[in-house]
Design a protein around this ligand. Structure first.
Ligand SMILES: C[C@H](CCC[C@H](C)C(=O)SCCNC(=O)CCNC(=O)[C@H](O)C(C)(C)COP(=O)(O)OP(=O)(O)OC[C@H]1O[C@@H](n2cnc3c(N)ncnc32)[C@H](O)[C@@H]1OP(=O)(O)O)[C@H]1CC[C@H]2[C@@H]3[C@H](O)C[C@@H]4C[C@H](O)CC[C@]4(C)[C@H]3C[C@H](O)[C@]12C
Length: 381
């Protein structure tokens, strides 16, 4: 796998950093998640392929263990508020001094500087601060955050993973590590570069919900079908729009012109009425394989059995029978090979990992009895 041999220490966090760690693990990195002690259940639902070490970083001996892990690792990934790692004596200055090859990834909402740097926040706040949230939502409704996908995952976890891979690549030339300041506000904004760069095209001149791609246009919308399901329509270009009209069984001479914005509400009414006349399966039969850019809106339960996704193996099942998306993108020679094992219990690998990083059994037992680490096995849960 592409990242085979890369050792990552991931400090347990909420959602973006666990995703970043999972992506790295899926592509072959050995990811060791450092969990807090005295925690019964892991918060990490993106733990595929990771190991878990339970370590109390508030104790100096615990911080010393982390330093030792970082000494022989390639990447440390931390998801805390600015200043938390420095308070523990685990800031980049200290760790990079000890291991100049270390890549120190800091995944936060507001970044490591600026007046908001130490403030709490979640995806919706970062999205709001990126400017993008102001563009999201239907006309006459408040801005609407599309789950926590944009800031937490696209602008946060994923761009942080890219930063790590870039830094690993650069290190092959310089031999040196570096600090990655991954701000989710900036990551989300960057993901939205198209919005900034396309402003002169007039794509966003009208109020929210009245533009081409924000549910203003009737040919870029979702419609309810006779069975209460939905179809997604993305027929922008005229040749694809013509296919849409053909599939809907409408007479183009009786319709307003596609790009007549003032007629969009009327066109939307006609499309709404038409889509409501057949079930999703019936519309799929009409549109599947055409250039009309019309697809069924599938539920999470339906996607893996859709013929196209099934043919490509786009979804995988783990040992527990849980279905999830296969890692993307597909690399031809070194594709990801996601673990199919169950997620680790907190502290399940403390002993193995510490031994691997040079701790003797006696040292591990002493850390254990001092409450610095915890070791759990399946049988003890
Ligand atoms: C799915 C839910 C999550 C939703 C995600 C949400 C939408 C997001 O946007 S996540 C992005 C959040 N922002 C960031 O990550 C930006 C960077 N981080 C921060 O700004 C902050 O960390 C913070 C604001 C997110 C949190 O601030 P907080 O004050 O709590 O923490 P910090 O200041 O960073 O300091 C950390 C302190 O902890 C100490 N620490 C850390 N590690 C250790 C260690 N190993 N040992 C000792 N100490 C340690 C560190 O030293 C700091 O100490 P100090 O403060 O003294 O300095 C999920 C949200 C809730 C989940 C559910 C819930 O948990 C209950 C169940 C739990 C169960 O296990 C699973 C099911 C749950 C229902 C669970 C389900 C989901 O996971 C949630 C719903």
């Amino acid at each position: 796998m592409a990242l085979a041999g890369v050792r990552v220490i991931e400090l347990a966090g909420l959602a973006p950093a666990p995703f970043c760690g999972m992506v790295l693990a899926d592509f072959g990195a050995r990811v060791i998640r450092v969990d807090r002690t005295r925690t019964t259940m892991a918060m990490d639902v993106q733990a595929r392929g990771k190991l878990s070490v339970a370590l109390n970083l508030k104790k100096p001996e615990g911080a010393a263990v982390l330093r030792k892990l970082c000494l022989k690792s390639d990447v440390v990934l931390e998801p805390f508020r600015k200043g938390v790692m420095e308070k523990l004596g685990l800031g980049p200055e200290e760790l990079l001094k000890e291991n100049p090859r270390l890549i120190y990834a800091r995944l936060t909402g507001f970044g490591q500087s600026g007046s908001f740097a130490t403030a709490a926040g979640h995806d919706i706040n970062y999205l709001a601060m990126s400017g993008l949230l102001s563009k999201l939502g239907r006309s006459s409704e408040n801005p609407y955050a599309p789950l926590n996908l944009v800031a937490d995952f696209a602008g946060g976890g994923l761009l942080c993973a890219m930063g790590i891979v870039l830094a690993l690549y650069e290190r092959t030339r310089s031999g040196r590590g570096q600090v990655i300041d991954a701000s989710m506000v900036e990551g989300a904004a960057y993901v939205g570069s198209f919005i900034w760069k396309s402003q002169n095209l007039g794509l966003w001149n009208r109020p929210r919900g009245h533009n081409l791609l924000d549910s203003g246009a009737p040919f870029y919308e979702t419609y309810e079908t006779a069975d209460g399901k939905h179809m997604a329509v993305g027929a922008i270009e005229p040749q694809f729009y013509n296919e849409l009209i053909k599939g809907l069984g409408l007479d183009p001479t009786e319709l307003p012109l596609q790009m007549s914005v003032s007629d969009w509400p009327e066109l939307k009414r006609i499309f709404t009425e038409t889509f409501a006349s057949k079930t999703q399966a019936e519309w799929s039969k009409i549109f599947d394989g055409t250039d009309a850019c019309v697809t069924p809106v599938l539920s999470l339960e339906e996607v893996s059995s859709h013929p196209h996704n099934r043919e490509r193996g786009s979804f995988i099942k783990d040992a527990q029978g849980e279905v999830s998306p296969r890692p993307a993108p597909l690399l031809s020679r070194t594709p990801a090979s996601p673990s199919s094992s169950r997620d680790p219990f907190i502290g399940e690998h403390t002993r193995t990992v510490l031994a691997e990083y040079g701790y003797s059994s006696a040292q591990i037992d002493s850390l254990l009895s001092a409450g610095v680490i915890e070791c759990k096995s399946k049988s003890r849960l």
